[in-house]
Design a protein around this ligand. Sequence first.
Ligand code: PLP
Length: 420
Amino acid sequence: MPIKRTAIWHPFTQHALQDEMIEVVRGSGAYLHTTDGRRVIDAISSWWVVTHGHCHPRIVSAIQEQAAKLNQVIFAGYTHDPAEKVAELLLKLAPRGLDHVFFSDSGSTSVEVALKMALGYWHNIGKKRTRIVVMQNSYHGDTIGAMSVGARGVFNAAYGPLLFEVTSIPFPARGHEQTTLDALEFACRNESPAAFIVEPLILGAGGMLMYPAWMLKEMKRICETSDVLFIADEVMTGWGRTGTLFACEQADVAPDIACYSKGLTGGALPLAVTLCRADIFDAHYSKDRTRTFFHSSSYTANPVACAAAVANLDLWQTREAHQRLASVATMQEHGIEPFRTDPRFTNVRRTGTITALDLKASDAGYLADIGPKLQELFRDRDLLLRPLGNTIYVMPPYCVTAEDLDEIYAAISDAADALA
Ligand code: PLP
């Protein structure tokens, strides 16, 4: 049974409507085990972070070993082997042209760092370029800068006065891609923006909206032509979700700045990085102290989190990890396929290991009752699924089995019947 809430204020939770929490005692592979003895399939990788599975033995032992050796040290003026290894391995795996690695602690902070790098670059080379171009329906996090470049709505209405102005281009809906490209070209030509920030291939929290790789390539080409920095926010799409290690690979796009977090530690500990091109670093490299990149947080490059990231990066160098990706993508296609012709759903889609579908409903907004109702039905089936309004998506850890996915899709079909 779920337990009554304590003094804790939970994230994205309306306690007046959801006063009870499920207490989890153990995670293993694709499963969460609760105090009341239930085994829950984690069909959304615990907010998209768990990649190889909960408590992966190689990541766990890397954490244990590092925790006993050096578990925290200031990262200004000091460095350590786990961080050096993360940087070295990352630069091998990340898209070409990225030469420097800046550490932080979450997806939101990696975005804040990216925005500050972009503005710092233009400031330090003496050009007044401050505007940021964004894509409609984007989500980049919940800190003030990250909210400013994300979609405006109920989530940030109360904080509107704190958010800075941006230029928004439309999401490239199928058949309307040229409108997006024209809007980007117009903004780049007329507003001399500092940067364009985008989630490559999939807009996650904005509704699992998918667009093709050629669009990403075109958007990068437009930015390049106008000398606008291209920021790839791969916080969600990174670490295999779209079928390749990073989504940009599919478009052969080399971003100027890239943000990675979530699966960076395999989902075991909080850590984030912002990678950038050499000339962005160079614009801050000077004997003049005023040109320093003024950003830090106390736990920057925490050694234990870095050790988890090294273990994760090692796993990604095995053929097996990539084979798992391909097989999850195939299993996911098998699972979603019957829904493509199912009249109860629309917009049935898949990119790599992520599937999504929209349940036809009269009231489909994020805050509509249908979301919590669906969530409750899934909870009763021992499934962790957290629809975005009427959009149901499946983003499992890569150790998920075909049987787990069968259970998930059967529950989705039954939920549609129950709410019909
Ligand atoms: N950027 C994207 C694309 C995300 O999906 C998220 C979180 O879901 C973030 C940034 C923010 O990450 P975090 O929740 O770790 O701050």
